[in-house]
Each structure stands twice: as structure tokens, then as C-alpha cells.
Ligand binder design. Structure first.
Ligand SMILES: NC(=O)c1ccc[n+]([C@@H]2O[C@H](COP(=O)([O-])OP(=O)(O)OC[C@H]3O[C@@H](n4cnc5c(N)ncnc54)[C@H](O)[C@@H]3O)[C@@H](O)[C@H]2O)c1
Length: 317
């Protein structure tokens, strides 16, 4: 299995670190606009080829699969080129910056033999899978609401050009879609940001699904690194509730109240994501754990949240 990684920044290096430890994977190339970053990662992990241009490297090496871990605005061009060559791609979130761009990506995938696995790593986290299983059980019952917070240090506001909704809240949008399903019709969305007009802010969104649950999502990029609260998600149903705090607990309130100790292991989740990608490439099948359609559904909600932030009004997805 010959793989190329595009992007040798903070998260690209995480992909490279874990992939380079796999015996059945040959990491054959790394591309980064910052050629020095690509070269440093290649030297460290013994990868033979580097380039500044991900598209040139993909065309030259024709790998079996490509991992795209560059900034969001570059994802579609790099992934589309690979798909045109029939090469499957694992694309980091957000797969695209807009719903329309993601739909174009889906067309490129449909036109060839490749596929897109969205890098929604929490779908591969054992603790999150357990949490979702309980949330969808009779113990919680028909779901009334999903409430999530995902705060990050304020360095994010300096490091990333992408909006906090597309960078961070997109995880909770995907979790809420996963928990509640993606077939509840029209959605009304109201979002606000304080202070407005800057990424160093808190974004709050209320998402009222047509015939289903109400989601309340919050993301703040305002914290000092040392004191950022842990990610937390709660699902309330007609029979009880369940909440996951990534500091290590699932708590269930209902007929059989209890606490389950869990470990949220991000390396293990990323390894499982890689495993799913590699299996799909090897067996020539499409991803099932999370699909491009899931990512597109999430982007539709994200785009409506951004529109509500812009207008201050209720929008629809
Ligand atoms: N799944 C997750 O939990 C998770 C976590 C962190 C980041 N990410 C995603 O990973 C991606 C990268 O994030 P990061 O934190 O590594 O960012 P980063 O800024 O640390 O790294 C991005 C790298 O891409 C390079 N680059 C920029 N444009 C390029 C291009 N056109 N071709 C090749 N290289 C290019 C930059 O030089 C930089 O080295 C983003 O899409 C981000 O949302 C996902």
C-alpha cells in the first residue's frame, strides 16, 4: 500500500507519525507548500520523496491513496486531482469550505474509481461509539436534544484562517448527525458570536431539526492553553440522558443511573480511521463508517450557521 500525505503541519505530522509505524504501508511521499517542513518530516520518518506541490507529487508517484491534511481551502483542488487519477483520498475536515464545493468533490468521486473518506476522526473513537450506542438506545429514548461544547485555546484564532464553525464546531455537527440521523427534513438555525467579527470569540448555535431533536452547540476560541475546558456532549431523551466528557466519563441518567469510565484515545481513533481507509482501498469498496454524504450534510448545517452569523437571522439548511 503506497500512500502520500499532503500537509506536514501539526495534524499532517500526526498522520505521518502513525502511518509510518504500519508495516503494510509504504509512505512514499510528503508534500507541503513549505518544502522545509516536508523535508523535515520526510527525514524524520524516512520517506523518500518530497515536494512543495501536492498535485505534482500525486501525479508523479501515483500512490494507492492520498491523505489530505492541508488547510481547508486547499482540500477540494488537491483531492479532485487525485480522484481524476482514480486515487482514493482521506480528506481532513472540513472536506470543503462550502456545500457547493463538497458537492463538486462528490461529482469527481462519482465520475471515477476513487472515493473520499472524510477525516471525521471521532467516528472512529471507541468512547464516542459507545456513547452514541447508549444515546440511541431505549435507555435514553426518543431524542429531544443534543448539547455540545468544544472550546479551544485562543492560539487557534491566530493559527487558522478557517472559521471556528468549519474548524471546530464541525465535529459536533457531525456527532449530532451521527446520533440523531440525517433524515429529519428542514432545519432552522440561529447562531450568534460574541464578540462578533473575530475568531477569538464564542460561537453559539441552536439548530432545530424539522421533526427531530434540537441541537445546542458552543465553540469558544478564547481560552489559555493551560485552562481549556474538556469537550463535552449531552443527549437528552424522553427516558433519560447520557453525557460524554472526554476527560474520561460517560454518565447515564435514567432507570439505571451509572458512570462508565472511558479513555478517549485520539491516536487509537486515528489508527482506526487509517485502518478503514486502507481496507477500503485494498478491497476497492466505499467507506461505510462515515461517508462523503455525511460530511456534505454537516457542511450544509455549517453553512447555514455561518449565514445566520452574518445576518443575525434564522436560516434554513
Ligand atoms: N480531525 C481532527 O481532529 C483535526 C485536528 C487538527 C487539524 N485537522 C485538520 O487538518 C488540516 C491541517 O491542520 P493543521 O492543524 O495541520 O494545520 P497547520 O497549519 O499546522 O498545517 C497545514 C500545513 O499545510 C501546508 N500547506 C498549506 N497549503 C498547502 C498546499 N496547497 N499544498 C501543500 N501544503 C500546504 C502548510 O505549509 C502547513 O505546513 C486542517 O484541515 C484541519 O482542519 C483535523
Amino acid at each position: 500500500m503506497r500512500l502520500v500525505v499532503a500537509g506536514a503541519g501539526a495534524f499532517g505530522r500526526e498522520h505521518i507519525r502513525l502511518l509510518s509505524a504500519l508495516a503494510d504501508v509504504d509512505l512514499v511521499g510528503i508534500a507541503d507548500l513549505d518544502r522545509t517542513a516536508a523535508q523535515q518530516a520526510a527525514d524524520h520518518f524516512d520517506v523518500p520523496e518530497v515536494a512543495a506541490d501536492a498535485i505534482e507529487l500525486t501525479n508523479r508517484l501515483r500512490p494507492d491513496g492520498l491523505i489530505v491534511a492541508t488547510p481547508g481551502p486547499t482540500h477540494v483542488a488537491i483531492a479532485t486531482d487525485a480522484l481524476t487519477l482514480g486515487i482514493p483520498v482521506l480528506v481532513e475536515k472540513p472536506v470543503a469550505m462550502t456545500f457547493a464545493d463538497a458537492a463538486a468533490l462528490a461529482n469527481a468521486a462519482a465520475a471515477g474509481s476513487g472515493f473520499v473518506l472524510p477525516g471525521h476522526v471521532l467516528r472512529f473513537s471507541e468512547a464516542h461509539r459507545r456513547f452514541v450506542g447508549i444515546a440511541q438506545s431505549n435507555e435514553v429514548g426518543p431524542i429531544l436534544s443534543v448539547t455540545a461544547r468544544r472550546h479551544r485555546d485562543d492560539d487557534h484564532a491566530r493559527r487558522y484562517v478557517e472559521d471556528p464553525v468549519l474548524m471546530t464546531m464541525v465535529h459536533d455537527i457531525d456527532l449530532a448527525l451521527w446520533v440523531t440521523g440525517n433524515d429529519t427534513g428542514a432545519t432552522n438555525i440561529l447562531a450568534c458570536r460574541r464578540p462578533p467579527g473575530t475568531s477569538r470569540s464564542e460561537t453559539l448555535a441552536t439548530i432545530e431539526r424539522g421533526s427531530g431533536a434540537v441541537w445546542r452547540l458552543a465553540t469558544a476560541w478564547t481560552f489559555a492553553i493551560a485552562s481549556c475546558p474538556t469537550d463535552r456532549i449531552e443527549v437528552v431523551g424522553e427516558n433519560g440522558s447520557v453525557e460524554l466528557d472526554v476527560d474520561g466519563s460517560i454518565r447515564i441518567f435514567g432507570e439505571n443511573p451509572r458512570r462508565i469510565d472511558v479513555t478517549v484515545d485520539y491516536d487509537e481513533a486515528l489508527r482506526a480511521e487509517h485502518g478503514h481507509f486502507i481496507d477500503c482501498v485494498r478491497e476497492g469498496k466505499s467507506p461505510t463508517a462515515v461517508t462523503l454524504d455525511d460530511a456534505i450534510a454537516g457542511l450544509s448545517v455549517a453553512e447555514a450557521i455561518l449565514a445566520s452569523l452574518e445576518t443575525g437571522e434564522v436560516t434554513r439548511a
